[in-house]
Design a protein around this ligand. Structure first.
Ligand code: ATP
Length: 318
């Protein structure tokens, strides 16, 4: 019998769907994230990232499916979950009339004894003026206070919705690198971001949401190892070409040129091209994460004919 311990997943999402009137924001989403990983959740505007995060943090109920964080049901145990995790929303609400120092003192009442020292340390590192009222702070300074509040209790899971927007490049880098340290210390991070190049430096696992569906979820290393941009030049624009074996993320034809972004590309893919008449040249190159993202998100969606209406019932839960 194996003596290996099975680490439970910190995030477990099974078949979650959420509809807002005429908009299917999430469609049968499954997501399993083990402990000690940085998961980057990528997706274009309106892909469903915030909706998923709001379900995980208990602010929204899914129509169907189940979601658990740290073994707790996201709907039923949301108070316990919020105590155990750190969460920064895309527009954090802070008490405007308090100073950075006062808001830290106020929040420390909910957490362990180590919170105040860690908070003060983070505020110093971020160079936030401790006695300035939140209302008088810049956007970046407010973002730093929100981050310090979310991380000072050293949560097992940190959920960040666009955490670095508003931060200057130096703090952004410092902050993202601290995510790697957190993961190395066994903490888990879910990072939703549009800044793909930055995410690429810190993520262990990439999940791409597109039109409410998870289109891709893979360890970044595997993704880079197995995904290639395959190009082929044909003798003639009208000649049919073979298609590389693997998971086709995108396919482009321009005159005699063919281009595919292919996941899990078969090792011997060239065999199909070299034996085919009419193929003048073929090659494969390593794509950037941004190129993979654009290829995956370039897939057509089912058309939506009506504009979105705000679902007031869902809004009231927040
Ligand atoms: N309360 C709501 N009422 C109606 N529609 C909503 C509501 N919340 C979200 N939606 C719709 O659900 C879809 C997903 O929105 P969501 O905010 O989850 O996207 P996102 O990936 O976070 O986008 P962004 O990157 O722009 O923040 C969008 O089409 C949005 O218009």
């Amino acid at each position: 019998m194996s003596s290996e311990l099975v680490t439970p997943n910190v995030i477990e999402v099974h078949g979650v769907s959420k509809r807002f009137r005429n908009c299917q924001a999430l469609d049968q989403v499954d997501l399993l994230v083990p402990q000690g990983k940085v998961l980057a959740l990528l997706g274009e505007n309106g892909a469903g990232k915030t909706t998923l995060i709001r379900i995980l943090t208990g602010f929204l109920k899914p129509d169907i499916g189940s979601a658990q964080l740290l073994g707790h049901d996201c709907g039923k145990d949301s108070v316990e979950i919020r105590r155990q995790i750190g969460y920064v929303s895309d527009s954090p609400a802070l008490y405007e009339w308090m100073t950075a120092s006062e808001i830290g003192w106020f929040t420390s009442a909910f957490y362990d004894d180590a919170f105040p020292d860690r908070y003060q340390q983070l505020i110093r590192e971020f160079q936030v003026p401790i006695d300035t009222k939140i209302s008088a702070m810049s956007k970046g300074q407010r973002a730093k206070v929100a981050l310090a509040l979310a991380t000072a209790h050293d949560p097992k899971l940190l959920i960040l919705d666009e955490p670095t927007s508003g931060l200057d490049p130096i703090v952004r880098r410092q902050f993202l690198e601290s995510m790697v340290d957190r993961a190395a210390a066994g903490r888990t991070v879910l990072l939703s971001s549009h800044l793909i190049n930055e995410v690429e430096r810190v993520a262990d696992v990439i999940a791409i949401l597109h039109g409410g569906k998870i289109r891709l979820i893979q360890p970044l290393e595997t993704l880079k190892h197995e995904t290639r941009i395959v190009t082929a030049t044909m003798d003639d624009a009208h000649v049919e070409s073979p298609v590389p074996r693997g998971e086709i993320f995108s396919s482009t034809i321009s005159g005699r040129q063919r281009r595919w972004v292919v996941g899990k590309l078969a090792e011997n893919w060239r065999d199909d091209f070299t034996t085919e008449e009419g193929v003048r040249h073929c090659d494969a190159a390593v794509p950037t994460l941004e190129e993979i993202f654009i290829a995956v998100c370039g897939q057509p969606l089912e058309p939506s004919t009506e504009p979105n209406e705000v679902d007031e019932e869902a809004e009231m839960m927040t």
